[in-house]
Design a protein around this ligand. Sequence first.
Ligand code: NOJ
Length: 556
Amino acid sequence: MTDVLDPEVQPAASTADATWWRQASVYQIYPRSFADADGDGIGDLPGVTERVPYMASLGVEAVWLSPFYPSALADGGYDVDDYRDVDPRLGTLDDFDAMVAALHGAGIRVIVDVVPNHTSDRHAWFREALAAPAGSPARDRYVFRDGSGPDRAEPPADWVSIFGGPAWTAVGDGQWYLHNFAKEQPDLNWANREVRDDFLHTLRFWSDRGVDGFRIDVAHGLAKDLPEGPLPTWAEVLASPKDGQHILWDRDDVHEIYAEWRKVFDEYTPARTAVAEAWVAADRRARYASAEGLGQAFNFDLLEADFDAAQFRTIIEFNLGLAEQSGSSTTWVFSNHDVVRHATRYALPARNGAEEKQGSAWLLAGGSQDDLDRDLGLRRARAATLLELALPGSAYLYQGEELGLHEVGDIPDAERQDPAFFRNPGVDVGRDGCRVPIPWTRQGSSFGFGAGGSHLPQPAWFADSSVEAEDADPDSTLNLYRKALGLRGQLQSEEHLEWLETGRDDVLAFRRPNGWTSVTVFGDEPYDLPSGELLLASAPVADGALSGVGTAWLRS
Ligand code: NOJ
């Protein structure tokens, strides 16, 4: 190990640095499943505050908190009752302020989730809309239409929601409202000026409380263009080109909204940042990431790829090119609260081009750990993460991946919470398996999550993956992440890389401008590393050769 670079040294964040986000490592917290300070079985904001030393020891530069707003949890908090408050089960606004102060005190920035496509059905606006007549200003904040058929008893169209089932729900007076997600998530009408102004208010509300940036949920969905007359069929909606004029998704005029948001972000010093969750074709991502818009956009391409050298290289080259075009930096993601954890995806046979989401067939078949090559999955996940952390751009890490956690696939049906499970029986098992509360200790009813048990069941194998167990093991995944993040903070340089010849199809190697070199072996055969000082490796290095399925960092 080098004598100059110290993996224990964490970079000090400068609050004045306006470009901090370009190559940040961002740790995603799903608050209900992170740490439960008051022992009610649900994670909370004081729990996050208590764990700030843990995040500081990890060496992340920012945290992104999934929604902590008041919510009935019809969609894990992405059904928001009030955008400018904290769910009482998770704490208070004072707790939020204390959490921000503690994170900032540790040099960690704070990103919060904004959910602008839909409110919850308990939001004051939606209640008002239900109490108001058709055609009223209250209904105009949402997307209401008359039903079809006699007595308007049929939906206005046969549209299907993203969680399965109909996308229109009746309110009892012949009118129906649109919900592209669960029925508890009515879509807002972004043509309504009051809706736009209220979100500007929300952005300022959290910015004034010290929030550094925002993650924008379903950023490609806000602008819609539904005709007043008969609506197209679902088949027609699906067939219409996604060219910026689509009736529902990724319309060009959505960027007018973000241009207004940008003005708000720029009222602050440093400017507040934003990252778009926009499931759009890669060549349409740049506008979301532009400096006049949100500034950065998620790229889920690596998350959707198999553990395969050729796929990884194509994706990396393509996205670095896109970032250059937009002037933004690129983003990398392997795991989040919506997908099967990457250690588990990589423990399954490759899809060989099949369209299904990786892991969905395994989940449907019962999600047994016995069907996984757990060890291989973890070795691949460690290698992939080390590669990711050496790339130019921002890395978004999801709570628990630093423990190498596998997906909990076998949650009993009676304990599942995700609407995707209830709305799509036999088709979609949902996302609960990556949202199981974090194991902090080897023992205890909730492995140290909180005194009141855990709102989703934790399996016995969590003990060996707990923070306590891994803290004590110098070779654990937790300590690998700590070393990698510490080194990354010291090694970061311009946002470029140069590919190196490796002589093997299953080995990728690249060098950053300052000589930081990353070598990943995707296959099983060891690989002789190029000359240079070995900084870190996810797998054994013997006689200068990195064993199969591993990544090594060198300085040359
Ligand atoms: C994307 C979020 O990541 C997901 O968890 C949520 O269900 C949908 N948007 C709807 O808000």
